[in-house]
Design a protein around this ligand. Structure first.
Ligand SMILES: C[S@@+](CC[C@H](N)C(=O)[O-])C[C@H]1O[C@@H](n2cnc3c(N)ncnc32)[C@H](O)[C@@H]1O
Length: 208
């Protein structure tokens, strides 16, 4: 099943399914971003809008991209705000963004589905204003080494969504090659993760 078809299928239960990675990402994103203010944000792979409401509160305007109509439809139904524009777009292609248009880019739990990180960072560099921030939160590669990946269940059938392993050094190299600087890097565990490798790798990059 293609990644797009998998998320269309998952969309109706994504918010309700047990998913510790989604829940941890939600609380960490809030703690990292909620006290900041932005003019114009671009959300990459907004899904069902789990983080989009927060972005609409900290940013004057938000453009939220995703290639799954099912996921984006859930987000549209959930959010009743007038400063968010949802758009269908495949992040593996050129993004529908103006050059230097955003002071915040946000990408949560998406890049495991995208093979070419260098394309993402090149497009991020193009879309960000100088001084703009790029928040990236991903399933930690240490979890991927152990077989962790996005998956959902329908009845007895478990669907694993196609994923690529990006090592920590891959993120750093792609950012560096694009001209974007790393500001902070942190690793996070869910309270249920005692004794396990970190669940999330969270980067804040900045365009100089
Ligand atoms: C695990 S969900 C995360 C959604 C949301 N960011 C969150 O944190 O809940 C991954 C999302 O990435 C989207 N996605 C994956 N590959 C994509 C691509 N190439 N272009 C656009 N969206 C993509 C999927 O459709 C899905 O909505």
């Amino acid at each position: 099943m293609s990644i797009q078809a998998a998320y269309n299928s998952w969309s109706s239960s994504y918010d309700q399914d047990r998913n510790l990675t989604r829940d941890l990402d939600c609380s960490i994103t809030k703690s990292v971003l909620s006290r900041l203010k932005f003019k114009s944000s671009l959300e990459l792979g907004c899904g069902t809008g789990k983080n989009t409401l927060l972005l609409s509160e900290i940013s004057e305007s938000v453009t939220a991209l995703d290639f799954s109509e099912g996921m984006i439809e859930q987000a549209r139904q959930k959010l009743n705000v007038n400063n968010v524009e949802f758009r269908i777009a495949d992040l593996s292609n050129a993004w529908p963004s103006q050059n230097s248009a955003y002071d915040l880019l946000v990408c949560n739990l998406v890049l495991e589905h995208i093979e070419d990180l260098s394309h993402i960072f090149k497009e991020a560099f193009r879309s960000l204003q100088s001084g703009g921030c790029f928040h990236v939160s991903e399933l930690h590669p240490f979890r991927q080494y152990q077989g962790g990946k996005a998956r959902f269940q329908r009845g007895e059938e478990v669907t694993e969504v196609q994923a690529h392993v990006h090592h920590l050094s891959d993120f750093l190299k792609a950012a560096d090659d694009s001209g974007i600087n790393l500001k902070t890097f942190n690793e996070y565990w869910h309270p249920d993760d005692q004794g396990k490798p970190p669940r999330l790798a969270v980067f804040m990059f900045e365009k100089p």
